[in-house]
Design a protein around this ligand. Structure first.
Ligand code: ARG
Length: 459
């Protein structure tokens, strides 16, 4: 018979091959779930005692042993054995060394329902912590938007990365707040679907023993309990949900990162990065690089890779548990860690950077950017918009083709004149666009109040 160190040795004559061990073992990455695994075991053995499968003294010995195991692992004194295949094996092996009663821990339980439950607990706690981190980014953006609004800062809004129409800087920053608030909402949705206990599903089909899965769910703080044991052990759609939700956060971070890279360039010069959140060059002494923003842009790639990779892993898996499912953990942990660190760093960068209002307004006050306002001027005098557009486009072309200033052409135009020319003056255009949700000061004041209320309702 094979040596007695694996959970399944009894059936085998030979020992596992080294390559199998290395491929099969998940301990190197799943040991980070030890708290969730131990919490699951506590709830499970308490339930076993309730239904008479453990007596009180066995229960208290097992609970004490689990306390010791938890302390050893968190204190770094736990002796991992070469044969610990995964965190579930390691915890049970050590608990059984501490008390023989722990040989009953695995009654009416399989690693299949155990691991699915552990991963659900991990996802729930990651969602809680990542929500707080994204929320704090939103608070920082909102705070910077309120400041910018008080100072009356404005910049060109862009389409196709061409100057389009001027907007309040606060409007631009608030746009990202709304994106991240939707991300928080997506995380909350994912949380709701993940909040289902699956312990008690057994290996795949439940058990003949008189267990109470609802009691386990209750003890672990889950809101609901599984209805189908096959589904419970085999699906990881909640992991994919989280990977998707985090990918969208990452995509939003990458868009913001790209804008900060542009804004920090000498060509734009809209922001100056604080030294604490910028890097230098080993060769070019003049450089101050926006690495945090570049990485925020770049990390979206791995988040997307984790999502698509894991979706591909799940595709075509027959019911129920298959070892392929062990591939859920590395992308899950990596995406959580990536979003955690990237969001914290980008928040610090945004908190500490300086906006260069002069460069922003200089770009926003360029004359062509007022073209829509000139067309609107004609519309207010009864011209159909299409004709107004063509009149103004003609003037813009004329000013580009000749040396004539657009202001002079507008001034001298019979349908426009000095009143229209005032629209081209610095700081005028951005302040006029106050339709609902627009980029002018009054609309932004209203928007920021709504945003603030939304942000506060989350904390
Ligand atoms: N390490 C495994 C995983 O992550 C635990 C479940 C093992 N189950 C099994 N039937 N071998 O999925």
């Amino acid at each position: 018979m094979a040596d007695g160190n694996t959970l399944w040795y009894g059936r085998f004559e030979g020992n596992p091959n080294q390559a199998l061990r290395e491929l099969n073992d998940s301990l190197p990455f799943d040991q980070r779930m030890f708290r969730e695994d131990i919490a699951g075991s506590r709830a499970h053995v308490e339930m076993l005692c309730e239904v008479g499968l453990l007596n009180e003294s066995e229960l208290s010995e097992i609970l004490d042993a689990l306390d010791v195991v938890e302390k050893e692992i968190s204190g770094g004194t736990f002796q991992w054995a070469a044969t610990d295949e995964d965190i579930h094996t390691a915890v049970e092996r050590r608990a059984t060394e501490i008390t023989a009663a722990a040989a009953k821990i695995h009654t009416a339980r399989s690693r299949n329902d155990q691991v699915a439950n552990d991963v659900r607990l991990v996802v729930l706690s990651e969602i809680d912590s990542l929500t707080r981190i994204v929320h704090s980014l939103v608070q920082t953006l909102l705070h910077r938007a309120e400041e910018a609004h008080q100072e009356g800062l404005y910049l060109p809004g862009y389409t196709h990365l061409q100057r389009a129409q001027p907007v309040a800087l606060a409007h631009h920053l608030a746009a990202y707040c709304w994106m991240f608030l939707r991300d928080i909402d997506r995380l909350a949705e994912t949380r709701r679907r993940t909040d289902v206990s699956v312990l008690g599903a057994g290996a795949l089909a439940g058990t003949s023993l008189p267990i109470k899965p609802a009691s386990v769910a209750d003890k672990l703080g889950f809101s609901d309990v599984f209805n189908n044991s096959l589904d419970a052990v085999s699906d990881r759609d909640f992991v994919a949900d989280l990977l998707y939700s985090l990918t969208v956060v990452g995509i939003h971070l990458s868009k913001l990162g790209e804008e900060l890279c542009l804004w920090a360039s000498s060509e734009f010069n809209y922001v100056e990065l604080d030294d604490e959140f910028a890097t230098g060059s080993s060769m070019m002494p003049q450089k101050k690089n926006p690495d945090v923003a570049e990485l925020a842009r770049g990390k979206a790639g791995r988040l997307l890779g984790n999502l698509t990779g894991f979706l591909a892993t799940q595709k075509g898996l027959p019911l129920t548990y298959n070892k392929d499912l062990q591939e859920d953990k590395e992308p899950l942990f990596d995406s959580c860690d990536t979003i955690r660190l990237t969001t914290i760093a980008l928040t610090g960068m945004i908190e500490s950077l300086k906006f260069n209002g002069h460069s922003m307004s200089a770009s926003a006050d360029s004359q062509e950017i007022a073209a829509t306002d000139l067309a609107d001027f004609l519309v207010q005098r009864g011209l159909p918009f299409r004709e107004a557009h063509s009149v103004i486009a003609g003037l813009v072309r004329e000013s580009l083709d000749s040396d004539a200033e657009l202001t002079d052409l507008v001034n001298n135009h019979p349908d426009l004149g000095p009143e229209a020319a005032r629209l081209l003056q610095p700081g005028v255009g951005w302040a006029r666009r106050n339709s609902h949700g627009g980029g002018g000061p009054e609309a932004v004041t209203e928007q920021l109040a709504a945003l603030k209320a939304h942000v506060e309702s989350i904390s």
